[in-house]
Design a protein around this ligand. Structure first.
Ligand SMILES: Nc1ncnc2c1ncn2[C@@H]1O[C@H](COP(=O)(O)OP(=O)(O)OP(=O)(O)O)[C@@H](O)[C@H]1O
Ligand SMILES: [Mg+2]
Length: 232
């Protein structure tokens, strides 16, 4: 479960305080697949970064599976993150000098899993990339790289998976495939999945769609409304 309590983010821009995220209360139950929608600059990536503990809020708390991560020190936060949170970015962020299977192994080596190699192979198989295990990222297509990134994000069986426009750099067919994969893994593993997307057609199949505008939640629907964005 993800709980946000009065979470906000402000930054200084020159002499002005700029509010990127207004104080927000939100609960995402365990196992839910929530899509985050909203125009460019509405605060989606900021929200996801705060949920992941990659960024610090100005006010409020992020509570993940009962742990207030906003109160953890740097080392405790890093340890918590590697065990509990998978993150998939728009740009795949694979290690270029490591093969596909090595990329998937890295997070498990950090947490000291003994079956890292075996599990990395199995994960690549589950994303349909057994044949590509020994290829380097540069030898893979965008869709394949993103599938490796997803296998890596699932390596430590995180209860929470956060994905920021994971299909944003992919063509329609590959985007759909990556989306289907995330949804399947969400169902099969019970991982709580929060995904930022611009694709409302895909978001409509999520359990819930949360729409941001100017740093505020303006719609929070079990399913996306037919109206694409609220007027104004
Ligand atoms: N460190 C920062 N300093 C100043 N402004 C920032 C900072 N980080 C984000 N912003 C601003 O905050 C707003 C929200 O940014 P954010 O990246 O969260 O938007 P987004 O909804 O993810 O947009 P996109 O769909 O384009 O990815 C933007 O106006 C952005 O310029
Ligand atoms: Mg963004």
């Amino acid at each position: 479960m993800i709980e946000l309590k009065q979470l906000s983010k402000q930054v200084n821009s020159g002499r002005n305080q700029l509010t990127i995220l207004h104080p927000l209360d939100l609960v995402i139950p365990a196992g839910q697949f929530a899509a985050i929608l909203g125009p460019s600059g509405s605060g989606k990536s900021t929200l996801l970064g705060l949920m992941a503990g990659l960024d610090t809020p100005t006010t409020g708390e992020v509570i993940l599976a009962g742990t207030a991560i906003t109160r953890l020190g740097e080392d405790a936060l890093a340890a918590f993150r590697s065990r509990n949170i998978g993150f998939v970015f728009q740009a795949f962020h694979l290690v270029p000098t490591a093969t596909a299977v090595e990329n998937v192994q890295i997070p498990m080596e950090i947490t000291g899993r003994r079956d890292a190699k075996k599990r990395a192979k199995a994960l690549l198989e589950s994303v349909g990339l057994s044949e590509r295990a020994h290829h380097y990222p540069a030898q893979l297509s965008g869709g394949e790289q993103q599938r490796v990134a997803i296998a890596r994000a699932f390596a430590n069986e995180p209860p929470i998976l956060l994905a920021d426009e994971p299909t944003g750099n992919l063509d329609y067919a590959n985007g759909l495939r990556v989306f289907e994969l995330l949804r399947r893994l969400n169902r099969e593993t019970g991982t709580t999945l929060v995904m930022v997307t611009h694709n409302e057609e895909l978001a409509r199949t999520a359990d819930r769609a949360i729409t941001l505008r100017d740093g505020r939640v303006v719609l929070d629907n079990p399913k996306v409304s037919i109206e694409p964005f609220p007027p104004g």
